[in-house]
Write a protein that binds this ligand. Structure first.
Ligand code: FAD
Length: 320
């Protein structure tokens, strides 16, 4: 991962796909069919999430095994500390090690359902930093470790005006540096829609000495209600032009998806123009929008992709 995501990699832009464990067996089989098609486009890696509160632990482990050894894609498994005594953490790490998986996204996780604050369980870890330290201490350099970064600061410190105070933002960043100093190799960011703010975050990280690759997490808008739910949960800033474009078409799924592809493409172009050569796509287990964006960017071949129609910006026909 590190080699292909380092900024000096001869101009080649690389990309990766995130998936989550489906709820049913049929869903899992459908996901693998989709994943095979997506992996044909040669992502640097694919990752699989760890269900909130450890709810999908065994399924995540099984999907990760199949991804690494049957789909044969470099796999990164997410792992959180929520409800995980160290024995369970080690069970998960030993299992993926046995399966030949060498990449972990080390996370604290959200509080379990019904709790609004994360509470360290007995024999467990308090934060992602503890987990990174544990993995390095116990497994040396076997695992490549990614950690989460928050361009708008972690939602817990975002206030009712939608912003973190400069102090809270600085504290978040200083803590991110501690995760990197403890052994994380790469930062994957929370989803965002304000690219300027993301670029400022990268710059702020560099200013305090965070030198590792920072991989932008891009979530294509597939569906209006899902977008509102997700950005609400993550307290993500939605620039006014996005709201303005989405409001009139919000009941037309096809149009929303086409706009999502347009927006994702423009965001990635701006990110790439800044010199960043890594894109991480939150696919939500869907293939069309992610592949359409990569096609638009010229990163994969069009012939293999079926796509929504291109989005057209509403225009005043008579006053161009
Ligand atoms: P941490 O890095 O521990 O930080 C959480 C907050 O606490 C930050 O504000 C940090 O600044 C603060 N903090 C913690 N410790 C300290 C300290 N010692 N000093 C100062 N401040 C501190 N959730 C899942 O359940 N499953 C997943 O698979 C999953 N994947 C994710 C992937 C990405 C890329 C991202 C961005 C998030 C993901 N999440 C996932 C959500 C994540 O679990 C939550 O955002 C969670 O609330 C925080 O996890 P973290 O690893 O960022 O926590």
């Amino acid at each position: 991962i590190l080699e292909s995501t380092s900024a000096g990699d001869a101009g080649k832009v690389v990309f990766s796909f995130e998936f989550f464990p489906p709820k049913t067996e049929e869903g899992v089989e459908n996901l693998f069919e989709r994943m095979e098609r997506m992996v044909a486009h040669n992502p640097t890696f694919c990752d699989i999430t760890w269900g909130a509160g450890g709810s999908t632990a065994e399924l995540t482990l099984e999907i990760a095994r199949r991804m690494q050894n049957l789909v044969c894609v470099e796999t990164m498994m997410h792992l959180t500390c929520t409800n995980m005594p160290v024995e369970k953490i080690d069970h998960a790490l030993e299992t993926i090690k046995k399966d030949g998986i060498q990449n972990v996204l080390a996370l604290r996780g959200d509080p379990p359902r019904g709790q609004d604050k994360f509470v360290q369980i007995q024999g467990g870890f308090a934060c992602a930093l503890d987990l990174v330290e544990h993995i390095r201490r116990s497994y040396g350099d076997y695992f490549g470790i990614a950690v989460a970064g928050y361009p708008e600061a972690h939602p817990e410190v975002i206030e009712s005006n939608g912003l973190a105070t400069p102090e809270a933002y600085a504290k978040d960043l200083a803590y991110l540096k501690r995760k990197v100093d403890a052994g994380a190799d790469v930062i994957v960011t929370q989803l965002f829609y304000d690219v300027d703010n993301f670029l400022k975050f990268v710059n702020d990280c560099r200013q305090i000495g965070i030198a590792c690759p920072i991989v932008p997490g891009i979530m294509p808008i597939n569906n209006y209600n899902g977008f509102i739910r997700m950005t609400g949960f993550c307290k993500t800033k939605i620039p006014s032009e996005i709201t303005a474009a989405l409001e009139p078409i919000k009941d037309n799924e096809e149009a929303v998806r086409a706009y999502g592809v347009h927006l994702g493409t423009e965001m990635c172009k701006k990110i790439m123009a800044s010199g960043i050569k890594t894109l991480h796509l939150y696919t939500l287990n869907m293939e069309k929008s992610a592949l359409a964006i990569l096609t638009n960017l010229g990163l994969i071949e069009e012939s293999k992709v079926s796509r929504p129609l291109p989005w057209k910006k509403p225009t005043n026909l008579f006053r161009l």
